[in-house]
Ligand binder design. Structure first.
Ligand code: SPV
Ligand code: MG
Length: 434
C-alpha cells in the first residue's frame, strides 16, 4: 500500500484537518507527523497540548494509521526516513513564509519519485478562525501569565524586547522575519516593561519616581492590544509590605514575571555603573523580600527573578555568586538576572560558567545592552535562558522623533520630513478597528 505523509501542529482537531486526512486516505496509508512542542514554540507560540498529548489525539483519529514526531520545520529528515509516496498539504503554502519548506519537500520527494498533493485551502474554514480564538485565549490573564514558564521549558534562548506603550507593544507582537533558506520564522517571545523606558516616555528620570499605579497603567495599555508574556522591571521591589500587594496585582493582570534588583536607597539606573552611588541591599534582607513575594503569590505560574547588581556596583565576582546562592536558597527566586555594563562581556561569561557549575537548571536572564556584540545564540550557549533587549524601541523612537522635529525646523515646513515618516494612509489603517 502506498504511504501518504502529512504534518500537523494544531492543538485542535478541526474540520480542515479531518478533510485533509480523508483526502490523504484516498492516496494510501496515512502517516501523521506531529511538530514537537519545541518546534511549534520556535515559530508560533507554546502549544496548549504537549507533543505527547497531540500525538495521542491524532493517533486516535479515524483514518490515521501511524503518528510520528517531526522535530524540525523542514520535512527533509522525516521524508528521508519514511520515503512516502505522497505528501499532502493545503495549497496555501505556495506563497509566503512556508514556500521554501514546500520547495524542499518537492525536491526531496523527487529523489524517489514521490509526489506532493495539494488540496485547495478553504478560507475561513476552521484554522484561521480557531487561530483567532486561540489568540483570544492567550489574551486571558491566566494563559498569558503561564506562557512564560512553559516557554522556559521549551525554548532557549527566549527573546524579549522592551515595550512601553500600546504602539510599541503592537510592534513587538507582530514583528517577524523569515529566513529565506529554511522558512523559519523569528519573532519576539515576549515583552519587557522597562523602568528606564517607562520613565523616559514620561520625561522622568529612572529613580523609582514613576509609581506602581502608573507602571500598572502602562502594563494594561500594552495588554489591551497584545497576547505575548510580559516581564516587569520591578526596580527594587520597594518596601516588602508593598511588594507583596504588587505581586498579587501583577498576577491578577496576567504578568508572567517580575525582576527585582538588590539595590537600596535612591535607585539609579545600572548603566551609570559606579559613576553614581549604587548601594546594594543586605543579601539576606533582599532574599527575605523575595521570599515574602513568593509566599504572597496565588498562582504557581508567576515568577520572581532576582537581579544581582554586584558587578554594576563594582563588587567582586565572588559577591555576585554568593548573592545568587542566597537569593535562590533563602529567597526561593525563580531565576537570576546578572547585570553588567562592561563592554567585553567577560564578567557575564565568567559568572555564567561558575553559576552553572552549581545551578544547572535555574534560568539565567541577561540584559545585554553594553555587550551587544554577542548574538542571542552565543549568550544562550554560554548558559543564558532569557535575553532582554531592554530599551531599543524607546531609543529608536527618540532618534526618529528628534530628527523629524529638526527637519521641520530647518525647512520651515514638513514636506521634507515625509520620507522619514509613515505615510498618513498607513497611520490610519495601522491599528485594526476591532
Ligand atoms: C531597564 O530597562 O530599566 C533596566 C535595565 O532596568 S538597565 O537600564 O540596563 O538597568
Ligand atoms: Mg530598570
Amino acid at each position: 500500500m502506498k504511504q501518504v505523509y502529512l504534518c500537523i501542529s494544531s492543538d485542535i482537531v478541526h474540520e480542515g484537518i479531518l478533510n485533509i486526512i480523508k483526502k490523504a486516505q484516498e492516496y494510501g496509508e496515512v502517516i501523521v507527523g506531529v511538530l514537537t512542542d519545541e518546534i511549534v514554540a520556535s515559530y508560533k507560540r507554546t502549544p496548549l497540548l504537549s507533543t505527547a498529548a497531540r500525538m495521542n489525539m491524532y493517533e486516535n483519529l479515524k483514518g490515521v494509521s501511524r503518528v510520528v514526531e517531526q522535530t524540525s520545520l523542514s520535512y527533509r529528515e522525516k521524508l528521508l526516513q519514511l520515503k512516502p509516496d505522497y505528501v499532502i498539504h493545503g495549497d496555501d503554502w505556495r506563497t509566503g513564509v512556508q514556500s521554501a519548506v514546500r520547495r524542499e519537500v518537492i525536491d526531496t520527494l523527487s529523489e524517489w519519485g514521490g509526489e506532493l498533493v495539494e488540496i485547495p485551502y478553504t478560507k475561513g474554514v476552521s484554522a484561521t478562525v480557531l487561530e483567532d480564538d486561540l489568540k483570544n485565549y492567550y489574551r486571558s490573564p491566566d494563559a498569558r501569565r503561564a506562557s512564560l514558564r512553559k516557554l522556559i521549558k521549551l525554548k532557549k534562548p527566549i527573546r524579549i524586547i522592551e515595550a512601553s506603550n500600546g504602539l510599541s507593544g503592537l510592534i513587538v507582537e507582530n514583528a517577524q522575519v523569515v529566513d529565506d533558506k529554511t522558512g523559519a520564522i523569528r519573532s519576539f517571545d515576549g515583552m519587557w516593561v522597562s523602568s528606564l523606558c517607562d520613565s523616559t516616555f514620561k520625561g522622568k528620570p529612572d529613580i523609582e519616581l514613576v509609581d506602581f499605579t502608573s507602571r500598572q497603567r502602562t502594563i494594561e495599555e500594552i495588554m489591551e492590544v497584545t497576547t505575548k508574556p510580559i516581564i516587569l522591571d520591578g526596580d527594587t521591589g520597594g518596601k516588602t509590605e508593598h511588594f507583596i500587594h504588587n505581586v498579587k496585582t501583577l498576577e491578577r493582570l496576567g504578568v508572567s514575571a517580575i525582576i527585582i534588583e538588590d539595590k537600596t536607597g535612591l535607585k539609579q539606573n545600572s548603566l551609570f555603573g559606579t559613576a553614581v552611588k549604587q548601594t546594594q541591599d543586605d543579601p539576606h534582607n533582599f532574599a527575605a523580600k523575595i521570599a515574602a513575594g513568593k509566599k504572597a503569590q496565588k498562582t504557581r505560574d508567576f515568577m520572581i527573578f532576582a537581579r544581582i547588581e554586584s558587578l554594576i556596583a563594582g563588587q567582586p565576582m565572588e559577591d555576585a555568586l554568593i548573592r545568587a546562592d542566597i537569593y535562590l536558597e533563602e529567597g526561593g527566586a525563580d531565576g537570576i538576572v546578572i547585570h553588567s555594563k562592561e563592554k567585553d562581556g567577560s564578567e557575564i561569561f565568567e559568572f555564567m560558567k561558575k553559576f552553572r557549575e552549581k545551578w544547572h537548571e535555574v534560568p539565567i536572564i541577561l540584559i545585554p545592552t553594553s555587550y551587544n556584540q554577542f548574538t542571542e545564540e552565543e549568550l544562550s550557549q554560554a548558559g543564558a535562558n532569557i535575553i532582554i533587549h531592554a530599551n531599543h524601541l524607546t531609543r529608536a523612537a527618540y532618534v526618529a522623533m528628534r530628527d523629524v522635529a529638526n527637519k521641520i525646523l530647518e525647512c520651515h515646513r514638513s514636506k521634507e520630513a515625509d520620507e522619514m515618516i509613515l505615510p498618513i494612509k498607513e497611520v490610519l489603517t495601522l491599528i485594526p478597528k476591532e
